[in-house]
Design a protein around this ligand. Structure first.
Ligand code: SF4
Length: 331
């Protein structure tokens, strides 16, 4: 029987899966199909994502040894090419101030960027084999690679090594910490770190930046009464780092679990139909990006996906696995 689903995007016979693909599968297989198999993503601007990309770019430059002025110039160039919507509070100017305040805030932190034989461990792309799987009853064994890009790895004065992930978020606090503590993304990065360096890191550090803007009260205090303390205090609360220890048992569990989820994915795929998880059509933070597709009759959905409301999805951690440096793809 011919599988009615689009072909799996194999690269040289292998399948590359990253954390985003896992998240999409876990939320809704229909979403996974639209993004991973049909390669279509919403065209509407994603200001939060765009802001985070600009911030990541500046942080990576600083971690590679550039000064904050050079990093901000580069980030400004990025926003010129990828402007934020004028009404969005996460403006280019706010990004510049965020980077300047971030550098000042963390200037006394004692860690150094881990050095590798390829240079500083900054924005480290990886692809390591997870397992072999039969994707369809008639297909041969497909090697499954887990891939991603680790923001940073550092060494502390006590010689412990840590994987660091920069997060831009609109909300900090206990819910954010609970989410980070359970993060499969970070366990996957620690797994990859061990594959690359032969030993687990001590854990991972979430380096968070809240992306809200100062309250009117803070601004008024500075502008009207010349009191900048309220604003300085507000900025102090925008930066938050939290370490999470990791052990081999947790990494083994992540590996087993990830393999089981991919097997589930490919089992559904091999049957030629995918379940929808409609609970996620409308979630806490808004509508699923494919809401306007899935709310149409099934026969009209392909047309909507091909409309200019959607564009080809060009992002992957490896800028397409087919472009991956063979040095970082290991069986
Ligand atoms: S709109 Fe609903 S069914 Fe469609 S992809 Fe999103 S979550 Fe799945």
């Amino acid at each position: 029987m011919i599988n009615p689903l689009p072909s799996l995007p194999l690269v040289n016979g292998a399948l590359f899966i990253d954390n985003n693909i896992m998240d999409e599968w876990n939320e809704c297989p229909e979403q996974w199909k639209n993004r991973f198999l049909l390669n279509r993503t919403a065209a509407f601007s994603k200001p939060a994502l765009n802001f985070g990309t600009g911030i990541h770019l500046a942080l990576a430059m600083i971690e590679r040894g550039k000064d904050k002025t050079t990093a901000c110039v580069e980030m400004t160039q990025y926003f010129l090419a990828n402007p934020q919507p004028p009404e969005d509070h996460r403006s280019e100017a706010h990004a510049v101030e965020t980077i300047q305040r971030y550098v000042e805030h963390h200037k006394d932190d004692h860690w150094s960027v881990l050095q590798t034989d390829k240079g500083p461990f900054v924005e480290f792309p990886f692809a390591f084999k997870l397992f072999d799987c039969i994707a369809t009853p008639s297909s041969p064994l497909v090697p499954i690679f887990f891939c991603g890009k680790i923001d940073l790895a550092v060494e502390k004065p006590d010689r412990t090594r840590w994987v660091v992930d920069h997060k831009t978020t609109f909300q900090l606090g206990s819910m954010f910490s609970y989410e980070m503590k359970m993060s499969p993304q970070m366990r996957g990065y620690c797994w990859a770190f061990k594959k690359a360096f032969g030993a687990l890191p001590m854990g991972y550090i979430v380096d968070a930046i809240r992306t809200s803007v100062p309250t009117q009260k803070c601004l008024d205090a500075g502008l009207l009464s010349g009191d900048s303390k309220a604003l300085d205090k507000w900025w102090l609360e925008q930066f938050y780092r939290e370490p999470f220890y990791i052990n081999q048992e947790e990494i083994d569990e992540w590996e087993r679990n990830t393999i089981a989820l991919i097997e589930e994915m490919l089992w559904h795929y091999s049957r030629g139909s995918l379940p929808q998880k409609r609970k996620w059509c409308v979630a806490k933070y808004g509508r699923c990006q494919y809401y306007d597709v899935c709310s149409l009759p099934a026969t009209q959905r392909p047309l909507m996906l091909q409309s200019n409301m959607f564009v080809d999805d060009t992002w992957t951690p490896l800028n397409k696995p087919s472009n991956a440096n063979p040095n970082i793809v290991q069986g």
